[in-house]
Structures are given as structure tokens and as C-alpha cells.
Design a binder for this molecule. Structure first.
Ligand SMILES: [Zn+2]
Length: 452
């Protein structure tokens, strides 16, 4: 092999190294879908990506996605939107419709087959388990490649998304700790929320803002504290999904100091939107836990800056607008699309606005989620890793247009948002999956990723 043919693909741009340093006008050499070398000196290859002035970032890892919470979306549309947003790996939640939670080894294997047939980018999978029955399914699903386990402290649906009672959680956390995989729980106190919802509806308070007002912060903090206690006494590794208030992360900090293995996640919407979005956008802005106050948003940014929040995700759970825009906010579906906007909007609001350094950004949406979920091939531009990368132009300013996004549901809570920086192209294992507004790959391109 001559030097001129050394790599399958060579990328030339400002390369974001794993420690956050930029290798200005550096070179990335890709062979067999993996990064073969990162170099200051020119490299040669069969194909070339010339990206002067652009950042070469690791493909983003969105650790909280629901491809099948809505049957109208599905794996193909969600992973296509991910590709368009620079996300090359998603970790998908197990609460699939119609009424098919991933709670047995057979269901997990069936979903793995669906991922290989339908996905545009790579997919790792959360599993769950039913409120009753043999907990041996946990070890079986870990063996079949589940990245983590997800449960809920509040009943969303009795079959698909059930509440797991505390007694069962205590046993399940012990079982999960033996697998080495993390456990995550939707952390809201069911009794507080149901009682408040009944009181609000009884008084005729059913405006959009009443969604946020009827789910007080104590409901989240109490459940978070309970889960951390369970983790302390069982040795389970707890990943706190979608924290929305600073106290949740203060509880994590205190528990970490006492030896609990816990990580914390917030979602982009809790950093960009306040509960005022419910007044402005109505049911579109309904999500659980709900959007909070400006003071909470400001405090969460401080925790992002300080490293107390480990990762940022989208909690992508899209629903068509007729299911979101109801007369009574308690009748509206909770969840919003977000997988396509995670990386670019966090860059815009975080790095471009000077709130966080590039290093922190990469931890939040690339190396951090890869580390928590054991995806060793993902999240870093370094020799040996999968050649998943994003050509990102930090200079472009644009206004976010929901009609240009790739969601099947066709809307975004960030419509009209001013954005600094843009995904030019997205590459998965050395192949282009998105280029300048167009998807370049279809179902069957993405693969199932299991933790190492
Ligand atoms: Zn979720």
C-alpha cells in the first residue's frame, strides 16, 4: 500500500480531540469504518473531506430517545432526524407502542432485529421489566446486550410504562447491580402528582400552565432522593434521567460523597425553555417532569458548567399536534421531539454564548453518555474508535425552521429559535449519512450497539 492510498477516507479540519483541545487544520484518517489515526501532518486517502474552518466533532450520543412512544414516528424517522442533527448513536427507551415494552429477552432480540432493519444511525437499547414475575429476566436481557434498565415510579400506562412499586425496586436494584449495567427511573412521586392533578381539575384549572403548576418540584426531588437511597443500600449504579431542578443534582452530589455510584442527566428543554413556554406554545410544551422557572434554568446552567450535570439528552418523545393541543392540558400527551436539535442547540446556547467550553460540550453529548453506558467505540475522535463524526460550521447563523426538520411529526418546540452553528454533514463508521440538508442513508445503515 502506497502512502497516497493509505486510508479509505481522510478528513481535514479543526479536529476536536477527546480532551477538548482543537487540532487546528488537522487530519483524521479512517480505515474500515474506524479512526486509524489523528494527525497534525497531512494524510492521504482514497476519499477526502475538505472542511477548512469547520469543526470536526465526534458524532453525538443521545442517551434518552423514545423511537416508539408514538407509532407515528418509529425507528427510521427518529434515526434519520438524529443523523440530520449530527447524532450517530441513540440509546432507545423500552416503553414501545403498541403495548410492547422491552421486558423479556425475546422482545429485546426482536427489537435488535428491527434496529438492523430500520435504523439510519447506531442504536443501543434500554430494557425494562414488569411489575411482577421472575427478575431473572434482568440478567438475561443484560446478557443479550441491554445497555441499561429503565423503570418508573409513576404509572404512565399499566402495561407499556407501569409503576414499579418500591418493594419490587428494592429487589430489582439488587439484581441489576449484579449485571454492572446502570438503572434509571422516571423520578416523580405518583401520590403527589395524582392528588394535585385531581385538585387542579376539580377547580377547573386546566390551562396549559396548570400542567407545570400541578407537578411541584417536591414530586421530583422526593422520588430522586428515594432512588438514591435504594442505590446506596443495594449498590446499584443509578443514572438519574431528566433532572429539571437544581435540588435533584444537589442530592446526587451529596449521595456521591457518601459512596453512591450515580450520574445525572438533564434535557435540552430544561436548559432552553421555562414554564412560560406552556403559555406561549400550549400543549406543545407539555413534558414530564414539566418545564420549570427561570431561576431553575439559571441554576441548571451553573451545574452544567460546574460538572455536576454529567450529560444532556433530548428525551425525544414526539407526538402529532392533535394529541398535544387539547382543550384540557391534562388530556394532552406529554413529550416533545428533540433528537435533531440536541447537538446544534446545545452548541449554540452553550459554547457559542460562552457558557461552556468545547471540552464540557463534548462530555455532555458525546464522551459522557458513551462512558456511562459502556459504549467504548463511541463519543471520541481517537484511534480505534468508530469513525462517527460531524462536520460542524460554527460560523453559520440561522433561524430554526420546524418545516426543515426530519421528524415525522413535523414540529419543534424550538421553532423560530436563533441558532449559531450548523451541522454540515454527519458520518457513521466512515460513511456519509447526512449532507447539507439531505439524508444520504436509509434504513439498514444503523446497527445495534452493545456495551463492552
Ligand atoms: Zn423519556
Amino acid at each position: 500500500m502506497t502512502a497516497a492510498e493509505k486510508h479509505d477516507l481522510v478528513v481535514h479540519g479543526d479536529i476536536a480531540l477527546p480532551d477538548g483541545r482543537l487540532l487546528t487544520a488537522g487530519w483524521l484518517g479512517v480505515t474500515d469504518g474506524r479512526i486509524a489515526e489523528v494527525s497534525e501532518a497531512p494524510l492521504a486517502g482514497a476519499d477526502n473531506v475538505e472542511a477548512p474552518g469547520c469543526l470536526i466533532l465526534p458524532g453525538f450520543v443521545d442517551a434518552h430517545v423514545h423511537t416508539r412512544s408514538s407509532v407515528d414516528e418509529g425507528i427510521t424517522a427518529t434515526t434519520g432526524a438524529a443523523a440530520a442533527g449530527g447524532t450517530t448513536t441513540i440509546i432507545d427507551m423500552p416503553f414501545d407502542k403498541p403495548a410492547r415494552p422491552v421486558n423479556t429477552r425475546e422482545r429485546l432480540e426482536a427489537k435488535v432485529a428491527d434496529v438492523h432493519a430500520e435504523a439510519v444511525v447506531d442504536v443501543a437499547l434500554y430494557a425494562t421489566f414488569p411489575p411482577e414475575g421472575d427478575l431473572a429476566v434482568i440478567g438475561e436481557m443484560a446478557g443479550a446486550g441491554a445497555a441499561a434498565f429503565k423503570v418508573s415510579t409513576i404509572e404512565v400506562d399499566p402495561v407499556r410504562f407501569p409503576r414499579i412499586p418500591d418493594g419490587r425496586l428494592y429487589e430489582a436494584f439488587q439484581e441489576i447491580s449484579r449485571t454492572g449495567r446502570p438503572v434509571a427511573a422516571h423520578q416523580e412521586n405518583q401520590e403527589i402528582i395524582l392528588a394535585q392533578a385531581e385538585a387542579f381539575q376539580g377547580r377547573g384549572q386546566t390551562e396549559p400552565i396548570d400542567h407545570a403548576l400541578s407537578r411541584p418540584p417536591v414530586a421530583e426531588a422526593e422520588a430522586a432522593g428515594r432512588l438514591l437511597e435504594l442505590a446506596y443500600w443495594t449498590g446499584a449504579r443509578l443514572h438519574m434521567v431528566h433532572g429539571t431542578i437544581p435540588r435533584t443534582f444537589e442530592l446526587i452530589r451529596w449521595n456521591r460523597d457518601t459512596g453512591v455510584r450515580a450520574t445525572g442527566e438533564t434535557c435540552l428543554q430544561y436548559l432552553l425553555l421555562t414554564m412560560d413556554a406552556l403559555r406561549d406554545q400550549g400543549g406543545r410544551a407539555k413534558c414530564n417532569p414539566p418545564l420549570r422557572t427561570q431561576d431553575d434554568v439559571d441554576a441548571l446552567w451553573q451545574q452544567v458548567q460546574g460538572g455536576l450535570i454529567d450529560i444532556v439528552t433530548s428525551d425525544h418523545s414526539p407526538y402529532p399536534l392533535p394529541q398535544k393541543e387539547r382543550e384540557d392540558i391534562f388530556e394532552a400527551y406529554a413529550g416533545m421531539p428533540g433528537v435533531e436539535t440536541l447537538g446544534s442547540l446545545l452548541y449554540s446556547e452553550g459554547v457559542a454564548k460562552g457558557r461552556i467550553e468545547l471540552e464540557r460540550f463534548l462530555e455532555l453529548v458525546a464522551s459522557g453518555p458513551a462512558d456511562i453506558f459502556g459504549l467504548a467505540q463511541k463519543g471520541r475522535l481517537e484511534a480505534g474508535a468508530d469513525a462517527d463524526f460531524v462536520v460542524f460550521d460554527p460560523h453559520v447563523q440561522s433561524t430554526l425552521d420546524e418545516t426543515a426538520l426530519h421528524y415525522a411529526v413535523g414540529w419543534s418546540p424550538y421553532h423560530g429559535h436563533e441558532c449559531q452553528g450548523r451541522v454540515v454533514s454527519t458520518w457513521l463508521r466512515g460513511s456519509c449519512v447526512y449532507d447539507d440538508g439531505r439524508l444520504m442513508a436509509g434504513p439498514g445503515t444503523g446497527r445495534f450497539v452493545r456495551p463492552s
